[in-house]
Design a protein around this ligand. Structure first.
Ligand code: NCD
Length: 307
């Protein structure tokens, strides 16, 4: 059974195909409104979520299907000590496809290995978040017209930010991209991502603590939240949480066609004064996420023979 744990589970051709489907859904939503009639998505969310869970659910409703699930670990038998493996086996009896978010790295893989329906990783701890990357890719496609020759700045919590890990994994597969990794010393990109992704693919990157000095060269600026829930102590979080706050003044030397992205939720990393700037793309990412999740569920259900 095909599951999606990270974005590298999809080939470049498949990513293109998903973008094509999403664009077709945007153009012809009616064509897709009944395709999943009688099918069920289970959303198993062991961690808080607004966009990811609701966009998966909206996506399934817009395909004509139904949704079951839970939105907190405390509402499930996990609170009684049930394993992820048993939960996955159980839910496979009720649903045609599963979207799961869990605080532990690797939990989605365990679920996939035990489920008899496709499992989509909706975030596993500080590891990866492939469907946010699909939302990001559609946004980049629509804003930049392609995925190559871009200078991409990633700013904030690059250590625990799973959206960053998956986006680097995806964008480093396209030609001519380079990365500027902007973070405090303590929140630098994990060495496994540098080694297994950036070094392995001979991708140009540099690490810096300086956001403003980097601004003029960027085509994309991907801001992120400091991931409070992954810190071992509150003191470190409080010290680091305001490391980077993007304000209109800091954009003075930015390119006119800079694409400002953020997976959201935003705490204070981007001043609300930027929301009306035409370069702000973070609410476009939200909408694009729904279309890409529709495209991904359609693909996996077809491959599973369910559709
Ligand atoms: C992100 C996540 O859950 O990793 N949110 C999301 O899904 N859009 C980013 C975050 O929580 O900071």
């Amino acid at each position: 059974m095909r599951s999606i744990i990270d974005v590298s589970d999809l080939s470049l051709d498949e990513l293109n195909e998903l973008i094509k489907t999403a664009c077709d859904i945007i153009e012809n939503p009616k064509k897709y409104g009944e395709i999943c009639r009688g099918k069920k998505l289970a959303t198993l969310f062991f961690e808080p979520s607004t966009r990811t869970r609701l966009s998966f659910e909206a996506a399934m409703y817009e395909l004509g299907g139904n949704v079951i699930g839970f939105s907190a670990a405390g509402n499930s038998s996990a609170a009684k000590g049930e394993s992820v493996a048993d939960t996955a086996k159980t839910v496979s009896c009720y649903a045609d496809i599963i979207a799961m978010r869990h605080p532990k790295e690797g939990a989605a893989l365990v679920a996939a290995n035990n489920a008899s329906v496709p499992v989509i990783n909706a975030g596993d701890g500080g590891h990866c978040h492939p469907t946010q990357t699909l939302a990001d890719l559609l946004t980049i496609h629509r804003e930049k017209g392609g995925f190559s020759n871009l200078t991409i700045g990633l700013c904030g919590d690059l250590k625990f930010g799973r959206t960053v890990h998956s986006l680097i994994n995806a964008m480093s597969r396209y030609k001519g991209n380079s990365f500027v990794l902007i973070s405090p010393e303590e929140l630098k990109l994990p060495s496994y991502v540098k080694k297994d992704v950036l070094a392995k693919r001979s991708i140009r990157y540099r690490q810096t603590t300086d956001l403003e000095g980097t601004m003029p060269e960027l085509d994309i600026l991907y801001m992120t939240r400091v991931q409070r829930e992954r810190f071992f102590n509150e003191e470190d979080y409080l010290r680091l949480k305001d490391s980077y706050i993007l304000t209109p003044k800091k954009l003075t030397n930015a390119k006119k066609d800079l694409c400002i992205m953020h997976p959201l939720p935003r705490v204070n990393e981007i001043s609300v004064a930027i929301d009306d700037d035409p370069r702000a793309c973070y609410f476009k990412q939200v909408l694009n996420g729904k279309y890409m999740r529709m495209a991904l569920m359609l693909k996996l259900l077809k491959e599973a023979g369910t559709l």
